[in-house]
Design a protein around this ligand. Structure first.
Ligand SMILES: [Fe+2]
Length: 116
């Protein structure tokens, strides 16, 4: 039986430069000292942004110390109009790690994570 982890591609997969969502953590750098987390797809090598081939969405999840997973948000992108990056206000102290996923309409689902 196939599992969801079988379809996620990461830093070891071909084409990772364009697809893996990079997670940038900016502690206390938001307005009023809020923590900011930015997801960027294609930071090093821009991903195509055409109707025929584009990043459809990116999602951020947080894992709490007790293992509970929180869906922190998901952003849909409009091909040719919006670049595949998004910022979230996240109280970083509540989480032990962050996981980002992104979806390319041609190349599937990609993932990355950072420990806080
Ligand atoms: Fe792609």
């Amino acid at each position: 039986m196939m599992k969801v982890c079988d379809i996620y591609k990461g830093a070891a997969s071909e084409g990772k430069e364009k697809h893996v969502p990079q997670i940038e953590v900016h502690k206390g750098e938001g307005k009023g000292g809020k923590d900011i987390v930015k997801i960027v797809v294609g930071k090093d090598v821009p991903h195509p942004n055409l109707v025929e081939h584009h990043i459809v969405w990116a999602q951020l999840m947080g894992v709490k110390a007790n293992g509970l997973v929180i869906d922190l948000g998901k952003v849909n992108f409009a091909p040719a109009y919006t670049e595949p990056s998004a910022c979230f206000h996240v109280p970083l102290g509540d989480f032990k790690s962050l996981i980002a996923t992104s979806y390319c309409n041609i190349h599937g689902v990609w993932e990355s994570s950072v420990d806080l």
